[in-house]
Ligand binder design. Structure first.
Ligand SMILES: Nc1ncnc2c1ncn2[C@@H]1O[C@H](COP(=O)(O)OP(=O)(O)OP(=O)(O)O)[C@@H](O)[C@H]1O
Ligand SMILES: [Mg+2]
Length: 290
């Protein structure tokens, strides 16, 4: 399948530059876009979903050009916005049939067939006659994916889909995304590193509208190479660590505390250099941007 190519996209809102020359190349599979609040994730997702127009730059997939063919893009696209508000007083099935009609799926039989197919895919078929207002957060998010799957899109965009889900729902949701990524492009935006760790082959990080793409998770963790230390300290020493010491995580044991620390130089005589995680690579990358 063709690659989705995002080339030098700029977008400003008044004086805020939400995207600065954002460029990405995305192949079939799940692509993670990792960034803090306000980094520019939703702005980029909206531009890919043709809800917003960029100030400059181009997006292409094969011979489809976003600046020229927005109607074609909408035919191949499924989009789960960050704030997916479904109608509360209708059943899941009614909600999806309505959206199917809005998406231009013709004939009530075809709408019903597609509705049943996507409900099955997100494991909500048994809840199809329940009112959406009574759904849990996880069920609502799955309904959001279901509507994005109507028309069997080649390209799916999901914006922070796991925020606010409990651990079991989050795992179920990640498994669903993995299924979807088998034969299409899925772009997943998140600020949760574990979402990326669990699902994405390739990824990009974004901060202040600037994105950097990595070909593997290891490439991101390697940014923190030589800067992560484990240090076993007594409780007293641990509690007296200065504010300038960047403790990423710590495990409290009976006799001592084992802390993981990010530092450019060895933070103490007993500290040992340690293999960095993606989270640490991401933290160091963010620190280097400031
Ligand atoms: N419609 C808008 N009008 C004005 N400013 C906007 C608008 N949309 C986004 N912004 C600004 O653009 C920047 C990027 O916002 P965006 O919503 O893309 O970030 P995000 O990475 O999705 O953040 P979050 O994790 O909080 O969802 C922010 O500074 C935001 O305040
Ligand atoms: Mg957002």
């Amino acid at each position: 399948m063709d690659k989705l190519i995002i080339q030098s996209v700029d977008k400003s809102f008044g004086r805020i530059r939400a995207l600065r020359q954002a460029s990405l190349e995305i192949s079939t599979g799940i692509f993670g876009l990792l960034g803090e609040n306000g980094a520019g994730k939703t702005t980029l997702m909206r531009i890919i979903a043709t809800v917003l127009k960029p100030d400059a730059g181009e997006i292409t997939l094969g011979d489809i050009k976003w600046s020229r063919d927005s109607h074609k893009v909408r035919q191949i696209l499924g989009y789960l916005p960050q704030e997916f508000g479904a109608f509360k007083n209708v059943t899941a099935e009614e909600c999806l049939k309505y959206i199917a009609q809005l998406k231009g799926i013709r004939g009530s039989e075809e709408c019903l067939l597609q509705t049943e197919r996507v409900l099955k895919e997100v494991n909500l078929l048994e809840a199809k006659d329940r009112k959406v207002g009574g759904f849990s957060g996880g069920m609502r998010r799955r309904l959001g994916i279901a509507q994005a799957l109507l028309n069997d899109p080649e390209l799916i965009i999901v914006d922070e889909p796991t925020a606010g889900l409990d651990p079991a729902e989050r795992i179920r949701f990640r498994n669903l995304l993995r299924q979807l990524g088998k034969n299409r492009i899925v772009i997943l935006s998140t600020h949760i590193v574990e979402d990326i760790e669990a699902t994405c082959q390739s990824l990009a990080v974004i901060k202040n509208g600037t994105s950097v793409q990595f070909s593997s998770q290891q490439e991101l963790s390697a940014i923190a190479e030589g800067k992560v230390w484990t240090w076993k300290l007594s409780n007293a020493d641990y509690n007296s660590l200065g504010k300038d010491v960047h403790v990423v995580s710590s495990k409290i044991h009976k006799e001592y505390v084992e802390a993981r620390i990010i530092a450019g130089v060895k933070p103490g005589p007993e500290a040992e250099e340690t293999e960095p995680t993606i989270e640490e690579g991401y933290l160091v990358w963010n620190m280097e941007q400031e």
